[in-house]
Design a protein around this ligand. Structure first.
Ligand SMILES: [Zn+2]
Length: 131
């Protein structure tokens, strides 16, 4: 099946997850079945294909669900919003923080994906209302 080609790839922890110049997430897309994943996978999770390609994903998405969280966690003041969004280029469904959303929310709604840093300086992403 050619799975030995997957062994030639860098381990997951060493593959790029962010494209800081382009404000995008970098994941994988399978040329055989079009499955996408973030972070990138070495082998397609749907069909087992070994030829997945690293690709940057869209900066725009459609917010499908959102919830307000009232349970504190380090680095986040409550309440904060979490949501699930579908990237507009057929990329993977992503779960992440939603900032700047005002109530009431009418779903689905367009959002932008923003790449930034946590308070500790680690790369991360969140969603904001499109515009
Ligand atoms: Zn596949």
């Amino acid at each position: 099946m050619g799975l030995e080609r997957a062994l030639e790839r860098k381990p997951t922890g060493e593959r790029p997850r962010f494209d800081p110049d382009g404000n995008r997430l970098v994941g994988s897309r399978c040329p055989d079945c079009a499955a996408t994943a973030w972070p990138a996978r070495a082998v397609c999770h749907r069909c087992g294909g070994p030829d997945v390609q690293e690709v940057p994903f869209a900066r725009t998405a459609t917010l499908l669900t959102v919830t307000e969280v009232h349970v504190p966690r380090p680095g986040l003041e409550v309440p904060y919003m979490l949501g699930q969004a579908a990237l507009d280029d057929g990329g993977p469904l992503l779960f992440g923080r939603v900032r700047g959303l005002s109530e009431p929310v009418s779903l689905p709604c367009p959002v932008d994906l923003v790449v930034g840093e946590t308070d500790e300086g680690r790369p991360t992403y969140w969603f904001e209302p499109a515009g």
